[in-house]
Design a binder for this molecule. Structure first.
Ligand code: GTP
Ligand code: MG
Length: 389
């Protein structure tokens, strides 16, 4: 094959995406593939039609890791039919995330997208993703399964639980970067080239979006809903090793220096909420001789309202929180998440005091330091999600 748009690469070490090019390509969409020969022609044609409807300058770059089923060859045979298509065959490297970086590195677009090559990402959603950038402030657009009108067509209960568990763990470990994103594990998104060219990317395994959000520290993010479809053919490459890579990836991102301003603010707000909780309790119970349960309940509520207000005005000030409905949803969300915990806390305080004759202040402080920090972090994780466009 001698087309300039068929590239064979032996080594791809660079983990940086090349900077802005002088071309006028608006959007480059990378499709990473491994053994997707069966459906790839249909997907490339459908994506091409969808992108044409946008009436922009675009390119599609398929990056295949030398699939034994010759996916790269089938795609390369479409180069004449689809003038915007480039095919990269990586001969020595493997891995989804690095394949995506490789494709972006060779691309020309001002915006960089990624989409699976197995038919699970509905191609027309690429238009919704692109259109979020009509708002100048936007830097990342994520197709999200966990928004109203989004979903997953066919996944076993165990796969759903694993996926949600992995997501929650990520949000607890990296609250500043992904705590407010509904679907930070999404493999379908567009990002502004300029926010990643300055960043050294070094992902392990599958989760390239996680890497971008954690390293770029952007908070200019929009999510659009989509339904994750059934695989049209071929086999899933998800295996136990991917979950292990994911854990390694999370830990690597976590132990890097705490550069995230959002994370520091997040922790400061949580500490402030706990302090306020303690002050209110002391004032009601000790100074004004209120009843134990009522004092603890009101103190907890004070902490919750403090968290909501400060996260809105300070921690996540850049996020699109536009309507009153969003704020009400947030208020209810935090209360639902923390409600059960608050109830348990009141039970525990009463049990400590009535059954174990513990000093009420000590009982209060015990529940405050043991139960509430996790509660606040969880409550925030459920409630500062991005607002859908
Ligand atoms: N280049 C490259 N592509 C890969 C690799 N692993 C997976 N892919 C592609 O990445 C996309 C997503 O992989 P899947 O195995 O479908 O993962 P998934 O969609 O999260 O999981 P399923 O729901 O089980 O399909 C598909 O287009 C794969 O062909 C890899 O090592 N290299
Ligand atoms: Mg898939």
């Amino acid at each position: 094959m001698d087309s300039e748009r068929f590239i064979e690469i032996r080594d791809f070490e660079a983990m940086k995406v090349a900077g802005e090019k002088t071309t006028n390509v608006d959007l480059s969409v990378v499709i990473p593939t491994f053994n997707e020969s069966y459906g790839i022609s249909r997907i490339l044609r459908a994506l091409h039609s969808s992108l044409e409807e946008l009436q922009i300058n675009f390119e599609i770059i398929l990056v295949d890791d030398d699939s034994p089923d010759s996916t790269w060859k089938i795609a390369a045979d479409l180069i004449e039919e689809i003038p915007e298509l480039t095919v990269i065959r990586r001969l020595a490297s493997k891995g989804l995330a690095t394949a995506v970086i490789c494709g972006w590195h060779y691309s020309n677009g001002r915006l960089l997208g990624v989409m699976d090559g197995d038919g699970q990402h509905p191609v027309e959603v690429i238009k919704d993703l692109f259109n979020t950038f009509s708002e100048d402030r936007n830097e990342v657009a994520i197709a999200s399964r966990y928004l109203p009108h989004g979903g997953i067509k066919k996944w076993s209960l165990s796969r759903r639980l694993l996926s949600r568990g992995a997501q929650t763990l990520g949000q607890l470990l990296l609250p500043g970067a992904i705590g407010t994103i509904n679907d930070p594990m999404s493999g379908f998104f567009i990002v502004k080239r300029s926010i990643i060219t300055e960043t050294e990317l070094d992902p392990v395994g599958y989760k390239i979006l996680l890497e971008i959000l954690a390293r770029s520290q952007t908070n200019k993010i929009q999510e659009v809903p989509y339904v994750f479809l059934e695989r049209s053919s071929g086999k899933s490459k998800v295996a136990l090793s991917h979950y292990i890579s994911y854990l390694r990836h999370l830990l690597r991102l976590r132990i890097q220096p705490l550069r995230s301003r959002a994370l520091v603010r997040y922790l400061l707000v949580t500490a402030g909420a706990l302090t306020l909780d303690a002050v209110i309790f002391f004032w009601l119970f000790d100074v004004n001789n209120w009843n134990l349960t009522r004092s603890a309940a009101l103190a907890g509520e004070g902490g919750i309202l403090f968290t909501i207000l400060l996260h809105d005005l300070w921690t996540f000030a850049g996020r699109p929180v536009r309507t009153l409905t969003d704020r009400i949803r947030r208020l209810v969300g935090v209360h639902i998440a923390l409600g059960a915990l608050m109830f348990l806390r009141l039970l525990a305080i009463n049990a400590f005091v009535n059954w174990f004759s513990l000093d009420p202040l000590l009982a209060f402080l015990l529940t405050l330091t043991v139960v509430m920090p996790g509660g606040h972090l969880l409550g925030s994780r459920f409630s500062w999600r991005n607002i859908r466009v």
